[in-house]
Design a protein around this ligand. Structure first.
Ligand code: FE2
Ligand code: FE2
Length: 166
């Protein structure tokens, strides 16, 4: 079944949103690196990679439907945090925003009876649940650790490994 024009547009918009997520996390990674928190920086670099993988899932999906990929302008990330806690509150808020977008896309896929898109989005719905949970966990850890133990958490986050690509 050929993909409908406005469904294609919505997917292209989501490709942009995923690349903008990647861009945001990369900007945050640089700031952490500057502050000497290499573990947080490394964690966010992996997050940057993951977001590009998300973008490419939609990209490949469009191509597999004989659709047209139209890459759009990425806005400059606005990163303004003073503490790691503030940074991860931003991460959580951003992931909640993305979850809202994925839900809207799912509503569209249901309304348009686009079953392949629904199947793809099941993966993203699970992924968003995980992303929000992880951000919330780090926020909790930051609150418990306090400033004195920040370096312990930084070390712990440096253990994150990139996920093998699905
Ligand atoms: Fe994503
Ligand atoms: Fe994400």
């Amino acid at each position: 079944m050929a993909i409908k024009e406005h469904v294609q547009q919505a997917i292209n918009d989501q490709i942009q949103a995923e690349f903008e997520s990647a861009y945001l996390y990369l900007a945050m990674a640089a700031q952490f690196d500057q502050k000497g928190l290499k573990g947080f920086a490394g964690w966010l670099r992996i997050q940057w990679q993951e977001e590009t993988v998300h973008a490419m899932k939609f990209y490949d999906f469009l191509l597999s439907r004989d659709g047209t990929v139209e890459l759009q302008t990425l806005k400059q990330p606005e990163v303004s945090f003073d503490t790691p806690l503030e940074a991860f509150q931003e991460v959580l808020a951003h992931e909640q925003y993305i979850t809202g977008r994925i839900n809207d896309l799912y509503d569209l896929a249901v309304a348009e009876r686009d079953y392949p898109l629904q199947t793809l989005l099941h993966w993203f719905i699970d992924e968003q649940l995980e992303e929000e949970e992880t951000a919330r966990q780090i926020i909790d850890d930051l609150r418990l650790a306090g400033d004195a133990n920040l370096f312990v958490l930084d070390r712990e986050l440096s253990n994150r490994q990139p996920e093998p690509e699905a």
